[in-house]
Design a protein around this ligand. Structure first.
Ligand code: HEM
Length: 171
């Protein structure tokens, strides 16, 4: 993960990112109401939940779309990396919004909770891969394979959370 401060880029240890994701995830699961909420609190939280999903998952889909364009030779790797850098903030803002709004909705079922954790941890790993790819303009096959695996895991985890969240709301 790269923190941009002024004109300087300072790499931060991924351990902090992993710790932040795990601690926030645990805190939200511990604090979320055991029974589904109702009324205006539920309605506002659900709106924020869906809005955050649009922002976070939308940013992820945009980056993956550029990845597909790169595979089809319609974009350069630099295009993909620039898009990924631009998508960094909306992705994490959306993820944070999902956690915070989830606090007012209720505890998700076990598989969805795991999918949410995978989204967060894989996001940290994707940040590490992004800085490696930025440092290696001609990446090795192994590095590209790791990036492809992270993309696949990201898509699987996001879609699992979306589908299970939807099924949960249907009762
Ligand atoms: C990657 C993260 C997440 C995604 C993509 C996601 C997605 C969704 C979706 C699509 C729905 C269905 C909304 C509807 O049909 O109206 C939903 C509902 C729900 N989500 Fe999440 N969610 C995420 C994280 C969380 C977290 C962290 C919590 C709780 C701590 C949570 C708790 C709930 C609950 C309780 C509902 C049911 C709300 C209701 O209809 O009453 N979600 N989620």
């Amino acid at each position: 993960m790269v923190v941009i401060t002024g004109r300087h880029r300072r790499p931060t240890s991924p351990v902090w990112g992993v710790a932040a994701v795990v601690l926030c995830w645990l805190a939200v699961l511990a604090a979320a109401p055991r029974r589904p909420t109702e009324g205006v609190v539920h309605d506002v939280a659900l709106f924020v939940h869906l809005g955050s999903m649009t922002v976070g998952f939308g940013a992820v889909l945009l980056v993956d779309w550029f990845g597909l364009r790169w595979l089809a030779r319609r974009a350069t790797l630099a295009d993909v990396l620039r898009t990924a850098q631009g998508a960094h903030f909306p992705t994490w803002a959306g993820f944070a919004g999902l956690l915070v709004s989830g606090l007012f909705l209720g505890v998700p079922a076990g598989p969805k909770a795991i999918a949410v954790l995978v989204v967060g941890l894989n996001g940290i790993y994707a940040g590490i891969l992004m800085s490696e790819l930025t440092r290696h303009p001609t990446p090795s096959t192994a590095l590209l394979a790791r990036a492809a695996a992270a993309t696949l895991i990201s898509q699987l985890a996001w879609w699992t959370a979306v589908v299970l969240g939807y099924l949960n709301s249907r009762g």
